[in-house]
Design a protein around this ligand. Sequence first.
Ligand SMILES: Nc1ncnc2c1ncn2[C@@H]1O[C@H](COP(=O)(O)OP(=O)(O)OP(=O)(O)O)[C@@H](O)[C@H]1O
Ligand SMILES: [Mg+2]
Length: 212
Amino acid sequence: MITLKNVSIETNSRTNNSFLIKNINLNLRKGDNVGLMGPNGSGKTSLLMAISGLMPISTGEIIYSSDDRSVSVIDYLSAINFELNAHDNLKLITKLYDPDRVCSEKFVDLVLHDAELKKDRSKILKQYSSGMIMRLIISLIFLINPRILIIDEWLTVLDSSFRNFVLNKLSSFKDSEKLLVIASHDRNFLEQICGKIVNLENGLIENIEKLG
Ligand SMILES: Nc1ncnc2c1ncn2[C@@H]1O[C@H](COP(=O)(O)OP(=O)(O)OP(=O)(O)O)[C@@H](O)[C@H]1O
Ligand SMILES: [Mg+2]
């Protein structure tokens, strides 16, 4: 579904370490649940941004072999308007990223129900905690049901009940027609949902582990 060939992202800085990621070769196929691990600053977010088309690459190429648009949690989070309430944000974000979908009141209700945020629907998002915002976006994305889903580290803000909800949803991606790429520092979580783990170190792929 997505192939990365010699992908690098270079900054303009003149420091020695001017590469965010360097010479990344990776094949991401449907049915793959791929976990990205590595220390802070190792390039996980940069790689996910590049795959999502949110960060330009300096060299190499990223080939998308299907028409499926990837849905990136990073992208959805950046579209939030903190002065609007949950209801209005859902309408806005759906219109922005999924214009063919009619964001009916029933759909808004479904998202809020899954996110367990029905009672908070009228609060502006400035008054939401980071975990509540994440619940809202993740629930929206699961209902949109994308074929390619890209998620950056976010587990730390989820409480255990919602974490289990997410775990079940993400497990269903495995061996399906879908592709999941997820960065996390939580190896235990990744081992439960991923078929392979790509370990990054200083912007390079250190190794790829096959699980199970
Ligand atoms: N926009 C940017 N411009 C310049 N350097 C950047 C930019 N974004 C990230 N970096 C640098 O690129 C490197 C990789 O950062 P990145 O955010 O991809 O790491 P990460 O693996 O996601 O880390 P973390 O675990 O902390 O989330 C770091 O050295 C960081 O300082
Ligand atoms: Mg990161």
